[in-house]
Design a protein around this ligand. Structure first.
Ligand SMILES: Cc1ncc(COP(=O)(O)O)c(C=O)c1O
Length: 390
């Protein structure tokens, strides 16, 4: 979260004073207005505002008809939530390598496809757009669905189209660490009416049955789902956050470009599938060895992080997945279900060596959209001195 202030406080106050805090049936319709705003800003036909990015991923998978007996390809480098969402839907996450852009490798996706593959989840990690042209082509050729995980890339784009609107559906997150935030929150975007109906029912199965007319005109019959409904307080904050999104992205991109230009003669950057659409949150460097990467990251004034050190973003640290503990109740555990018997993956710590190598030789430096010329010059001086000393 980069910017928040008086406008959010004023909207929050208004909702509290109205005492209309429930999403459905309130006179305020804050959540519906967030959904309308998302459709307009992202160019999506349908959107659902819900409690989290994880909820959006699960609702998207359920809506795609994913369940036991299905394989879903996920990248080896993503937050654990991506893989857990697949398990929550009852399916098996198949872990694939990322390529030098640190996003899902089209080449490895091709290798991981089997007759059981029903979907893939490209993750636009750190706001870096995936190679969507290549991934969409593979999806079309093999008749598999694409659910984009744009949880770390709110508002980013690939070849002029917003991330999350290229595949069959896309998930956004608004938790505290994301580009825009109401503390927690998420959204599902889709142009597909059937997916929208199923995801809407799934994310709010109880309340839809009791309140409002949200299902009028639906062709999908109601089914038991979950309660991933958000609330009017968070929605009030999100409405303002949405108005800030493009301004934040413009400043992030401007400052990232400035920093890149300032060190371009000395640095090797992590390549991008679309630098224009990249969210600009992260300046990413590539080194020939982990030793050099660590020396650079810890040099004075750099403040760098190696993605290999980012805990549950690296598949080797996805303990419940790697140990195949898919649920509390054994009969509900997809790793033990009869329908998955022949497709339970053989997860091993060394199964994605290219990903581990790339993550250990990359360094992230955060970009601040509010930094001006002086701070940027200071940062460039520190980066240059660290690069020269390697
Ligand atoms: C790539 C990715 N996917 C999914 C999620 C889940 O989002 P949330 O925390 O809103 O459930 C996150 C959150 O950090 C994420 O980074």
């Amino acid at each position: 979260m980069y910017r928040i202030g008086q406008e959010e406080i004023a909207e929050l106050t208004r909702v509290i004073e109205s005492r209309n805090m429930f999403k459905i049936n309130s006179g305020l319709q804050e959540s519906r207005r967030v959904e309308e705003g998302l459709c307009e800003l992202f160019g999506a036909k349908h959107s659902i505002y819900l409690t989290s990015g994880h909820a959006a991923l699960v609702a998207g998978l359920v809506a795609l008809g994913i369940g036991p007996g299905d394989e879903v390809i996920v990248p080896a480098y993503t937050y654990i939530s991506t893989a857990m969402a697949v398990v929550e839907a009852g399916a098996m996450p198949v872990i694939a390598e990322v390529d030098e852009t640190l996003t899902l490798s089209p080449e490895d996706v091709r290798k991981k496809i089997t007759p059981h593959t029903k979907a893939m989840i490209p993750v636009h990690i750190q706001g870096f757009p995936c190679n969507m042209d290549a991934l969409m082509e593979i999806a079309r050729e093999n008749n598999i669905a694409v659910l984009e995980d744009a949880c770390q890339a709110d508002g980013g784009a690939y070849k002029g189209k917003r991330l999350g609107t290229i595949g069959n559906a896309g998930a956004l997150s608004f938790n505290y660490f994301k580009i825009i935030s109401a503390g927690e929150g998420g959204a599902l975007l889709t142009d597909d009416r059937k997916l929208f109906e199923r995801a809407l029912i799934y994310h709010d199965a109880g309340a839809i049955a009791f309140f409002g007319d949200q299902m009028s005109g639906f062709e999908t019959e109601g089914f038991c789902g979950s309660e991933y409904r958000s609330n009017e307080l968070c929605a009030a904050v999100m409405r303002i956050q949405l108005t800030r999104l493009d301004g934040i992205l413009a400043d992030l991109r401007k400052n990232k470009r400035y920093l890149m230009e300032g060190v371009a003669d000395l640095a090797q950057f992590v390549p991008s599938n679309d630098l224009e659409g990249d969210c600009g949150t992260t300046l990413a460097f590539r080194f020939e060895s982990e030793e050099k990467a660590r020396a650079f990251a810890t040099a004075p004034g750099v403040g760098g992080t190696l993605p290999i050190d980012t805990g549950r973003h690296v598949y080797t640290n996805w303990e419940p997945i790697m140990k195949k503990r898919g649920a509390c109740h054994p009969a509900m555990d997809p790793f033990k279900m009869e329908a998955n018997r022949d497709i339970v993956p053989d997860y091993r710590a060394d199964m994605c060596p290219e990903t581990l190598d790339l993550l250990a030789r990359s360094v992230y430096v955060g970009v601040n959209p509010d930094h001006g010329a002086r701070e940027l010059q200071e940062k460039i001086a520190a980066l240059r001195s660290a690069l020269q000393s390697l």
